[in-house]
Design a protein around this ligand. Structure first.
Ligand code: URP
Ligand code: ZN
Ligand code: ZN
Ligand code: ZN
Length: 470
């Protein structure tokens, strides 16, 4: 047999082209894409389906230490099962350096958690919370050389926030190393000021979270990050841009010729701050929608769509950050009822990212199929040094594929999902377009919502630096 596997009868979609073609796969890689490919040990009939590059989700949180009372709801096994069922073949979670501790140790321990537990491939980013001389002088350069070529910095959160000088220092190092820096742009002092003001006025409920982080807080931090990036001459990624104001900063920077990349997420296209107002039985219903930055309003949703259509946004990630609603309601984290500030920030979305963006973007005619592929796979690979191994369909790429039914109507239900959270923010949300089969390096890892792969088929992979000046 010429091939181990052939995919026949489907419509192959890349960021550039849409074509009727067959795909020949050998040893886990794509060998041939042609009108007809030769005999194969196994053939899969993709008639009536789209054949897409497997989804790459370059912003997820898995088994990340989250504080004394709070446990993240996913380990690597559950998060990557959910990823596979949702049409993804690669996810990028974060190894977090606790302040005062070694970044190297954090990465080593985190990688050990992942090894042998992954249904999809995993590439690890870092979170730098303490850029001390050992981190800047030795650890970070060595880790980047070993293939951990990207890291995130935070402009808020007590345990993570960097001051402006620290941001400038890590940006400067990233430029010298060719590493990719991601920025969480929300202003620490402004959030603390707003939180204390709201608490003094008696605001406790989840909606206070949205009030404490208005768009101006994100806009100010985005502008500051962009200014620092300009000073240092470093292209950065502003992650989880939530609304019109921060997006305008990115567009302004681009117009000045700065290389600022931007990411947004399905929650900023489909949820609003109004969702945080839900009370339910015990006043905590809105905790299901608490993420940072918070969802905004209909006008911001429309602005984010324009940003997707016009290319301001290059990637749509889930920012999957799963907590259990039962914990938020007080079982494990009783302080959550005393103030919104103790509700863990983050919502689950690793399994629903692709259907929501496809349905709201492609099925409504807002974006093309090719743009969908760019936003969900190709640009993630390019931005983070996975290209040309992953992110497209062509000879030499890993055989990471998602067979997609563009016409399938489905309703998102918690009971069908594979993540470890006990709810989905999109309960009852209907979509048109659904992943039917996910293939990782030539093996079927999920089919019709069933997990068919083993947790040791996914690999922890190293990456190249993204390339100078990009
Ligand atoms: O609320 C969120 N997004 N939590 C996850 C951590 C982060 O800032 O991305
Ligand atoms: Zn963030
Ligand atoms: Zn870019
Ligand atoms: Zn995040």
């Amino acid at each position: 047999q010429e091939f181990d596997l052939a995919i026949r009868g489907g419509t192959v979609v890349t960021a550039a082209d849409t074509m009727r073609a067959e795909i020949g796969i050998r040893d886990g890689r794509i060998v041939s894409v042609a009108e007809r490919v030769g005999p194969a040990a196994r053939s899969i009939d993709a008639g009536g389906l789209l054949v897409l590059p497997g989804g790459i989700d370059s912003h997820v949180h898995i088994a990340q230490a989250s504080g004394p009372d709070v446990v993240m709801a996913d380990d690597f096994a559950s998060a990557t099962r959910a990823a596979a069922a949702g049409g993804n073949t690669c996810v990028m979670p974060f190894a977090l350096q606790p302040r005062g501790r070694s970044l190297r140790e954090a990465v080593t321990a985190y990688r050990a958690l992942a090894e042998g537990q992954c249904h999809v491939d995993v590439a690890i980013h870092m979170i730098v919370s303490d850029p001390n001389p050992a981190v800047l002088g030795q650890e970070l350069p060595a880790l980047v050389a070993e293939g951990y070529t990207s890291f995130k910095v935070f402009m808020t959160y007590d345990d993570l926030v960097l001051n402006d000088r620290q941001i400038l220092d890590v940006f400067d190092l990233a430029r010298r190393l060719g590493a990719r820096a991601m920025v969480h742009a929300e202003g620490y002092d402004a959030i603390r000021y707003m939180t204390e003001r709201l608490e003094r006025a008696g605001t406790k409920a989840p909606y206070g979270h949205a009030l404490s982080r208005p768009e101006v807080v994100e806009r100010e931090a985005a502008h500051r990050a962009i200014a620092h990036a300009e000073l240092v001459d470093l292209p950065i990624v502003i992650v989880h841009v939530s609304g019109r104001e921060a997006m305008e900063q990115v567009a302004w920077a681009r117009a000045r010729g700065l290389k600022i990349h931007a990411e947004t997420c399905p929650q900023y296209l489909t949820l609003t701050a109004e969702d945080l107002k839900g009370l339910g039985d015990d006043g905590m219903e809105g905790a299901r929608y608490v993420c940072s930055p918070p969802p905004r309003d209909a006008e911001s949703q429309a602005a984010i769509w324009r940003g997707i259509e016009t290319g301001v946004f290059e990637v749509v990630s889930s920012d999957h950050c799963p907590f259990r609603y039962a914990d938020a309601k007080g079982k494990r984290n009783p302080r959550a009822k005393e103030s919104f500030r103790w509700i863990p920030n983050g919502i689950p979305g690793i399994e629903t990212r692709l259907p929501i963006l496809f349905s709201e973007g492609v099925s409504t005619g807002r974006i093309s199929l090719n743009r969908f592929v760019a936003l969900t796979a190709t640009n993630h690979a390019r931005l983070y040094g996975l290209y040309p191994r992953k992110g497209s369909i062509g000879p030499g790429f890993d055989a990471d594929l998602t067979l997609w039914d563009p016409n399938r109507r489905e309703t998102i239900r918690q009971e069908r999902l594979h993540h470890g959270a006990d709810y989905t923010p999109w309960e009852g949300f209907t979509v048109t377009g659904w992943p039917v089969m996910t293939i990782l390096r030539g093996r079927v890892i999920a089919e019709e919502g069933r997990i068919t792969g083993e947790p040791d088929w996914g690999r922890v992979i190293d990456r190249a630096v993204p390339g100078a000046g990009t």
